[in-house]
Design a protein around this ligand. Structure first.
Ligand SMILES: [Zn+2]
Length: 306
């Protein structure tokens, strides 16, 4: 007789979620779950504020995207390595009322059978609200393990004490919320935050945070390696438009020239070593490879493994 496993997901949550919000992939011995925090609408100009308007509108049309506003996917990742369960970024939360379709992380972690209390570590790629906001949702902090370690680069924490917004290009209402959310996160989680110095920081066996800068001065990616298998979570170093136009500046980049250079370096690196990648704002589940041909890059999504 075969035993039948009890489904983790209840019928109620399955019925209320018409599309999947989690995708599992193994990287050697490391277990990875990509979880969608939802999507948020943004003006299209924020994806390319140094592009000629005609070039951007041509690209949007070519991509079957609407001219003025587009939906920005938002993904986080849960990583199990050894005894550790690591959340990489925390989604949007509910800081900003204009984004009701994102900020789903607490429910979706629960639906995936991951209790907040089971997390041993959180890695924050950077302190924008769509990456820390989920930790500020009412009731979340109280469910976390009091021993939880939140890894943030020292550079990132220092930047948000007096952030420079002179090079960004965002809707007017956004910068004040980014400032207040980062400040609130640093204050409310000061007992949990483990700042790290240097360019790389090992979080768990085969799990390393690597500071790239660019998007924000302390922005990091998270590299997973087990045996010969690799996956990098690229945070906000890469957006969907970047495969066609890596040189276009995203409005959320605090140092756009460095951000563009980081993006190209990561593309070349991942194309050379064959690593899988996941990025916060690529369409869910955003698991795939980078293909390169000279200076042209292409996104190659994996075929879903059921
Ligand atoms: Zn982001």
């Amino acid at each position: 007789m075969h035993s039948v496993a009890t489904p983790v997901r209840s019928l109620t949550s399955a019925a209320s979620d018409p599309v999947p919000s989690r995708y599992a992939v193994n990287v050697g011995d490391i277990e990875v779950l990509v979880i969608s925090d939802g999507i948020l609408p943004l003006p299209t100009v924020t994806m390319a504020h140094n592009a000629k308007p005609a070039d951007l509108s041509n690209w949007l049309e070519y991509m079957y995207m609407p001219p003025d506003q587009y939906d920005w996917p938002l993904n986080v990742m849960v990583v199990r390595s050894g005894e550790q369960t690591i959340l990489v970024d925390a989604g949007l939360g509910v800081q900003f009322p204009d984004f009701p379709r994102a900020g789903q992380l607490p429910q979706r972690l629960a639906a995936a059978g991951i209790a907040l209390s089971s997390l041993t570590d959180v890695v924050i790629t950077h302190m924008h609200m769509d990456h820390v906001g989920g930790l500020l949702v009412d009731g979340v902090k109280g469910q976390l393990n009091p021993e939880l370690r939140i890894h943030v680069s020292s550079k990132e924490l220092a930047f948000w004490r007096d952030p420079d917004f002179s090079r960004v290009s965002m809707p007017e209402a956004v910068p004040p919320v980014l400032r207040s959310t980062a400040k609130r996160f640093a204050e409310e989680y000061s007992d949990f935050i483990r700042p790290f110095d240097g360019d790389t920081h090992q979080v768990a066996p085969g799990v390393v945070a690597r500071v790239t800068g660019g998007h924000t001065p302390g922005h990091c990616v998270v590299d997973l390696k087990s045996g010969e298998e690799r996956l990098s979570f690229l945070g906000d170093a890469v957006f969907p438009v970047a495969f066609d136009h890596p040189e276009w500046f995203n409005g959320f980049e605090h140092d756009p020239e460095t951000a563009a250079r980081v993006r190209l370096d990561l593309f070349r690196e991942l194309a050379a070593n064959g690593s899988l990648m996941v990025a916060t704002h690529l369409p869910f589940p955003s698991v795939g490879h980078v293909a390169v041909d000279g200076d042209a890059f292409r996104w190659v999504p994996v075929i879903w493994d059921f």
